[in-house]
Design a binder for this molecule. Structure first.
Ligand code: MN
Length: 741
């Protein structure tokens, strides 16, 4: 019987049963024992949600209530959160979607719960507006975060479930939501130590933003699974034997790499799948007593390195000094059979659970009954303090703030010491100047250099793990423009920008006075209208910039007749999309932009889309619609920051083979060979009839890397070309590359 034939009453009855079934499965997923009180609270949250969403359905057609139940279940089962969070998961959409108010929630569930739900409702509004609104709201969201981390944790559960059910959304929304997830939520999960959530969010994101690459990698992963398992089995055999002899209790997991991390490595290091894939990793989880954790891990380490030779530069001890997101583990990379490097992670069961589930698990180990209690949050405190520091800085505007915050999220950490031996954590890549600002704004502003391990270094010097740093200052010193290039920490960036902005403002005041005098001399009125004309004439950003330029003598009012400029008709800067003349790279009629067949567009130079690529349109200011590949390095930030400017675009299905050719890059890596250039050009030009635009070959130490730009018809044409080169030169790595021009 098909769905339509089921009478409504029967279908409703079936759905009612399914809802109850899902609710019961939520209850079963809660790991801690519930008091009667807690049971009642959860039940009444469920009843409230059920009532609030009773007439609503998700895009999939399912009853809406499936969603909050799923969110609560993720909170309970996958992050290990307590009753309050489960309740918030169940009712997180209630205020947004029904007539119930925050006041109602407060009366029913108390102050705490209502605050969290209020925070969750606010985050909802974040991404549906303009760019600066997004950033501003994001900032607000983080302010609420410092009140209660559960807002973010439940939000992550919500986002995870939405990502798992993204299939039913429109393509445009898929791209927007997936990019936003990659841009903000995955780093956030990472920073909170939620490893599993983070990697699932990442994989789901690229499943939608980079469909082709995702498909290809998952196919290859499946195809090679058996061989990989065999290798790992052989690798761990002798380790197991020795661990048993030493009477250590343990489990060993092969560690599958996430699709996202494979793709990232391929892109970052310009290497094909096979080379990334060749990096194997295992994890040894030791069952240990609390007081023996460290020594047991090191015993396991010495067993592994007795059998396989370690690479000394790749041993990391996160047990003695845990990362600030709570991560503890011992890492080493050893040479396995057949000359393959294998990464080995060693940790205890407790450490493993924290690594995968994050602070929620941490709290559990500390004492929390409800998952979270205040004193146990101390680990997150340092992080929150840093964020608060940026938030409190009154002048940092919202977009800059977002950048700064992202810097805080994505950096790896190093540990350095003050002259007294105090430990400071800094992001990898931090300079002496970052360190100076980390100590104090005054120390940073006056910094002229430093002694690192007793050697004199400039303030731009990049610090390494374990450095001892003594900052040198001078009263005459002050921050300069170029300092921004030396720093990576949000704090230093914010402080330097702040100073520069202030001094620019002071200078601009002087410039304004100079310009005023000039106006007087010519007997002109110093009106805003006139000033705006000058702003446009000199193509500067704002009146502040204009005044500043005058003060810096980049614009010299003495040498110009202002009246001439003002009387000349100056065309306003073009801003409307449609009035723009298409530029030379515009191809006509090959792409449908939105639903229109003849909107002007041009192909973005950063990723050079060719027919067959997954693409989207981006409405620029002044340059019409730019077509990017969804795998473009800029795509994530464009889509998540300017979602409202994204326009769905696709290649026409019935594209007649035109004369059009599209520029694409091919990278080739192989063993040095004298005849390589002529062999390649023979395959490309003669056999395939493809035009080459440029070819560069660089050799180093017996290998070479070649970069060829070619004109092709579409992705199939390009794939054929790559296959042809591979066939002639099976030992080479050949793959498509972004053109860097
Ligand atoms: Mn939701």
């Amino acid at each position: 019987m098909s769905e339509q034939e089921i009478p409504v009453a029967v279908r409703e009855e079936l759905e009612r049963k399914e809802i109850l079934k899902r609710y019961k499965s939520l209850l079963r997923s809660i790991r801690h024992d519930l008091t009667n009180e807690q049971k009642k609270t959860i039940r009444s949250a469920f009843d409230l949600a059920l009532d609030a969403h009773k007439d609503m359905r998700r895009k999939t057609g399912e009853p809406y209530i499936y969603h909050p139940i799923a969110v609560a279940k993720i909170a309970a089962q996958e992050i290990g959160l307590g009753t309050t969070s489960i309740v918030c998961g169940l009712i997180h959409d209630v205020v947004e979607d029904s007539n119930y108010t925050i006041e109602d929630i407060k009366r029913k569930f108390g102050e705490k719960t209502s605050k969290i739900v209020d925070g969750l409702t606010k985050i909802k509004e974040v991404f549906d507006h303009t760019d600066s609104m997004q950033a501003e709201n994001f900032r607000k969201m983080l302010l609420t975060l410092s009140d209660d981390v559960r807002v973010i944790l439940v939000k992550l559960c919500d986002r995870l479930h939405n990502m798992r059910t993204l299939d039913s959304m429109s393509r445009k929304n898929q791209l927007k939501i997936a990019s936003e997830t990659l841009f903000l939520y995955a780093p956030l999960a990472h920073r909170l130590g939620l490893y599993n959530v983070k990697s699932e969010l990442e994989d789901l994101s690229i499943k939608y933003t980079q469909r082709e690459a995702y498909k290809e990698i998952s196919l290859k992963l499946n195809a090679k699974k058996a061989a990989r398992d065999r290798y790992i089995r052989k690798f761990i055999e002798p380790i197991k034997k020795k661990l048993d002899e030493a009477n250590i209790k343990y489990t060993i997991k092969g560690r599958p790499k996430s699709i996202y991390s494979i793709l990232k490595k391929m892109n970052q290091q310009d290497i094909p799948f096979e080379q990334v894939f060749d990096l194997f990793a295992i994890r040894i989880i030791v069952d240990s007593l609390p007081e023996k954790e460290k020594s047991d891990c090191w015993t396991a380490y010495s067993i592994v390195t007795d059998i396989y030779k370690p690479n000394p530069s790749r041993t990391r001890d996160w047990i003695t000094t845990p990362k600030s997101n709570g991560y503890e583990s011992l890492h080493t990379t050893v040479m396995g059979n057949d000359g393959k490097w294998v990464e080995v992670q060693i940790r205890t069961e407790r450490m493993d659970e924290i690594a995968e589930k994050g602070y929620a698990a941490h709290w559990k180990y500390k004492d929390g009954k409800d998952g979270i209690n205040n004193e146990a949050q101390s680990g997150v405190d340092g992080w929150l303090a840093r964020i608060k520091d940026i938030l409190d800085n009154p002048s940092s505007n919202a977009l800059e703030f977002l950048d700064d915050f992202k810097l805080q999220l994505i950096h790896e950490e190093i540990f350095v010491f003050t002259p007294n031996g105090d430990l400071k954590k800094l992001p990898k890549g931090a300079s002496t100047l970052d360190f100076a600002f980390e100590i104090h704004t005054q120390v940073g502003s006056k910094c002229i250099g430093a002694k690192v391990n007793n050697r004199l270094v400039p303030l731009s010097h990049t610090l390494s793990n374990g450095d001892q740093v003594e900052i040198l200052t001078s009263e005459k010193q002050h921050p300069r423009d170029e300092w921004l290039q030396y720093v990576v920490t949000g704090k230093a960036i914010a402080r330097i920008r702040n100073y520069l902005r202030e001094s620019k403002r002071e200078l601009a005041e002087k410039g304004k006075e100079l310009l005023k005098k000039r106006f007087h001399k010519e007997k002109l009125e110093f009106l805003d209208d006139n000033i705006q004309k000058l702003v446009r004439y000199f193509k500067v950003q704002s009146s502040l910039d204009l005044f500043y330029s005058v003060a810096k003598e980049l614009i010299t009012p003495d040498k110009l007749e202002i009246s001439n400029i003002l009387n000349k008709k100056i065309a306003p800067t073009p801003s409307a999309v449609k009035t723009n003349t298409p530029n030379s790279s515009t191809k006509k009629n090959e792409i449908v932009v939105g639903d229109e067949y003849d909107l002007p567009y041009s192909l973005a130079k950063c990723c050079n889309p060719i027919p067959g690529d997954d693409i989207f349109g981006f409405i620029t200011i002044g340059e019409g619609v730019k077509i990017h590949r969804t795998s473009c390095p800029n795509a994530v930030s464009l889509m998540s920051n300017y979602g409202y400017r994204i326009i769905k675009s696709q290649w026409k299905d019935t594209m007649v083979k035109t004369e059009s050719r599209f520029l694409a890059g091919v990278k080739i890596i192989g063993i040095d060979d004298v005849g390589i250039v002529s062999s390649l050009s023979e395959i490309i030009s003669k056999n395939m009839g493809v035009n080459m635009k440029a070819i560069t070959i660089e050799s180093h130490e017996g290998t070479f890397e070649g970069m060829i730009s070619v004109f092709v018809e579409d992705t199939k044409h390009l794939d054929d070309l790559i296959a042809n080169i591979k066939q002639k030169h099976p030992m080479m790595d050949v793959f498509r590359m972004e053109l860097t021009s």
